[in-house]
Every structure is written in C-alpha cells, then in structure tokens.
Write a new protein. Sequence first.
Length: 357
Amino acid sequence: MRRALRAACFGVLLCIGGGAFDLPSLYVPGVGMILIGVGAASWVWLAAFGAEVVREVGPPTVQEQEPFPVRLRVKQGMLPPPTAQLIEPLVGRPLSAREQRARQVRVNVRFARRGRRVIEPARLLIRDSLSLAVREAESEPAEVLVLPRIEPVVVGAASGLAGMEPVSGSLTEAAAELELHSLRPYRAGAPASRIHWPTVARTGVMMERRLVAESDARPLVVLDPSNPPSIDELDRAVRATASLVVHLARRAHGCSLLLPGQRRPIDIDAELRGWPAIHVRLALLEAREGPPSSRRLERSGALYWVSAGRGSLPPGVKRAAGSYFITPEPVNGRAAAFTVAGCAGYRLGSPRERRAA
C-alpha cells in the first residue's frame, strides 16, 4: 500500500503546487494521481478482505519419489481482484487465481531425498495492474517426513544367500525355542539330552550340543553411515538397509537391525510389527552419528554389513558364519552376489576375499 499512498501524496503536492503558483495545468495530473492511488488501494483492500488460501496436504509421511498430494483452495474477497496470483513453493511457478470465485488446485509432488521437509506457506498475491498496492494472504506451513524408498533385492540364481531363500516355517516358540548351532566339549553337570551321541560313538570324546535362541539365528543387518563420499552414497546405503530389512523379514520369517547409537539389535518379525518406527529412524539418520557398535555381532545367523563409506570391516563381521558386505561403490575384481537400491552385495568367504572388501 505504500506505493499507492505515495502516488496519492504526489497528486496532493501537484494540486498544492498548482494553487501556489497559479498553474491550473497541475490540477489535472494531481487529481489523476490522487484517484489512481486511492482507487488502487481501495480496490486491492476490498479484494483482499475475506480472501484466503487453504492448503490441504497428504499423509505426514511419504516414501521417496512417491506422489504426495497437495490441494489448494482459494477464496476471493469482496471484489474480484485486479490481478491475483497463487504462489505455491511446491509447484515452482505462479498460478492465476482470478478466473473464478473459489478455485481448487490439486497437484502431486515428489521428493527425491529422505528427511524432514518443512513446506513454506502458499501465498495469494493480490495487486493492481500498476503494482501500487499489494496485499497477501498465506496458508499454514506444512511438514512432511520423507521415508527411504523400498526397492527389490535382485539376487543371482546361484548366489546362495543365507536368509534370502524362501523359508517353509519358523520355530514355534520365538521366546524360548532353541536350535542346534554347534558342538562344544561336554561340561560337567550339563543335561544328558544335550550330549551329541554320534560324535561320542565316532571319536570317544564327550561333546554337547550348543543351543542358541531363534532371535540369535535371524539374519542381522548393520548400517554404517560414517564417512560417505557424498550424500547420494549415504542415501543409497540407507535405502539398501531398509530394502534388505523388509526383504529378509518377509523371506526369513524375521530379521534384526543394528543402527548407530543402539546397544542391541532390533528384532523385526515377518508381519513387520514395529517397522514404521524403524523406517522413521532411517529417514532421519545422518552420517555424523558414526559407525555402529561391533560388540553384538557374534551371531549364528547371516550378517549383512551395509557401509556408506570406505571404512574397514570390524573383526566381528569376518568371524560371522555367513557375512555380506554391501556398498554403493563397486569392488574391483568381485562379482556381486545381489544388488539393491543402487548398492552391490558381496559375499565374504575366504580370508582373501574379506581383506579385499
């Protein structure tokens, strides 16, 4: 409104100058400037009175590259505006809002990266043709959490990945059921049911069965987000982690996930109970959180170490029964056992292969 007020004041000065110096020719432009300034301000003010823009967004979370619906509803004021533009930051270009009394705009936007996104308010800009008077109406800001995209795991036919093949069933009592892991020397006082009699008959040495809980036999996925070459490598490693967890949980009747800052792995069952909270955690993960703890890697199940950078593998990964190294960068001279989300997974078999990874 300041420019309209200045135009009106300039017209007043012209009229005063015409009267002071007896110059009637100044009255015409003076009165014209007054009418233009007052008229523009009044028209814009009446057009903005009662005008509003309402933004309705989709769910609070959305995966990367999935359509996120945004609906804008524009209500005009007492008078039709001389010029009205709807500025939506998600669209990237102004939209005309003058054609009808109430207008609805629907758009689908896609987010390329994970993380929390604060969407600036949509603005309804009302002004006259000369831009002497301008009024704005804003919507409420919005916020959306972009989750890592879940992509399929492409497994080679002869890869033999532990936990990747379909499983016919699971142990009946998850909390207490035990399965055979390995043999160890017999301990005095151990139940006779644990003695492995075929070994005793063959070697004459008393050996007992070492039993482990079912949760310890689940595949374990570990994410190391430290020292990524770029943000793109970090995002690809996070997508690979999320995709592996969902794939293994469904195919292997559950898996575990270890993230930086956690003392114990999180168990995910085949129904993916608790997965939404973990998905949110992955969406907010940053490289500065550092590598995960390597104290809980001694398990009987397969181990999948996902690395976003060029860090070395901890000894626990090399000692795992079946371990895989997943990285966004290709390893020279190695054939990938599987690919997922732009990352390649390499099986760590012989000590030479482990040193190469």
